[in-house]
Design a binder for this molecule. Structure first.
Ligand SMILES: Nc1ncnc2c1ncn2[C@@H]1O[C@H](COP(=O)(O)OP(=O)(O)OP(=O)(O)O)[C@@H](O)[C@H]1O
Length: 295
């Protein structure tokens, strides 16, 4: 089922056209990453979905019902963190959550999922930047919404908190929650997102699965052997494409090539001392996609 559908969305600020005919659908239970350069329009898309801006044209539906600046009703099933979390500084983290939560059990669950119990009973105004960010995320997740929109949620979080957040998001997605997450931390998004929407200058230039995105990147094998020269001529003679001899770097064009190359070397008594398998990374793929797209 489609939980979110955006079609032909156009947003201008004065004479500046910031979003151009943005259209995409998101299926329930998926984690979608929204990526693109600074100023591409990611936050603006999120604000439009959340009814925070008055867009010029287009349609946005959440679970099949139209939502807009004028009509927020479908947003009851949506949790969000956009820019800075709106917190009550004189209330404790717990009371901030209680104010929005539909049950104490939900507060307990999110506090334990994000490991916030050591400070949750302290005033939010005294929290560090990362603690405030986690409380903002907890507020977005507390009522187990159908759709969660998070703008740069990993900003300011320590590595353990990033992992806690990733685990919680994955667990919620398995239970049917859908996530739209913008982030510049591509290594994290690579671990988290099922699909990616790439924005450049207010246009969608790709909407693809993470797997396909990573497959666009070249895969290669880097080897250090007991005899690199002999290994080099062996693999070249066997028809593999070698891009460098020091260290020996072989382009992998099919998925079972690693095993074939390793057995070829072993049959010829060449020992493998070190082995690296580069299966593509999001940063490299994304930079390539952005550089190729002339908009
Ligand atoms: N309220 C506003 N008034 C005028 N221009 C705006 C407003 N909000 C955003 N913009 C402009 O719209 C463009 C898109 O901004 P947006 O914040 O959506 O980008 P972004 O992709 O989220 O960038 P970043 O990665 O830096 O957060 C930018 O050029 C920005 O200057």
């Amino acid at each position: 089922m489609k939980i979110l559908s955006v079609s032909n969305l156009n947003q201008s600020f004065g004479s500046r056209h910031v979003l151009n005919d943005i259209s995409f659908d998101i299926k329930s239970g998926t984690i979608v990453g929204l990526v693109g350069p600074n100023g591409a329009g990611k936050s603006t898309i999120m604000k439009d979905i959340l009814g925070l801006l008055d867009y010029q044209s287009g349609t946005i539906t959440v679970a099949g019902t139209n939502t807009s600046f004028q009509d927020h009703r479908p947003l009851k099933q949506v949790g969000a963190l956009i820019e800075y979390p709106g917190l009550y500084p004189f209330l404790t983290g717990w009371d901030n959550l209680k104010l929005f939560a539909t049950s104490t059990v939900n507060v307990e669950k999110v506090v334990s999922g994000l490991h916030m119990s050591s400070y949750i009973k302290k005033r939010a105004g005294h929290y560090s930047l990362g603690m405030k960010q986690k409380l903002g995320i907890a507020l977005a997740l507390v009522n187990e919404p159908d759709l969660v929109i998070l703008d740069e949620p990993m900003n300011g979080l320590d590595p353990q908190s990033v992992k806690d957040l990733r685990d919680l998001i994955k667990q919620m997605a398995e239970n049917g929650t859908t996530f739209l997450i913008s982030s510049h931390i591509l290594s994290e998004l690579e671990k988290l997102a099922d699909d990616l929407i790439v924005i450049k200058k207010g246009r969608i230039i790709q909407h693809t699965s993470m797997k396909e995105m990573l497959n666009q990147d070249s895969h290669f094998i880097i080897l250090k052997t007991s005899d690199d020269r002999a290994a080099n001529s062996l693999v070249v003679n066997a028809g593999y494409q070698v891009t460098a001899s020091q260290p020996l770097t072989i382009i992998e064009s099919e998925s079972d090539e690693v095993a074939k190359i390793l057995s070829l070397l072993s049959e010829n008594n060449i020992e493998v001392i070190d082995f690296q398998h580069n299966e593509g990374n999001l940063e490299h793929s994304l930079l390539t996609v952005l550089a190729e797209e002339k908009v």
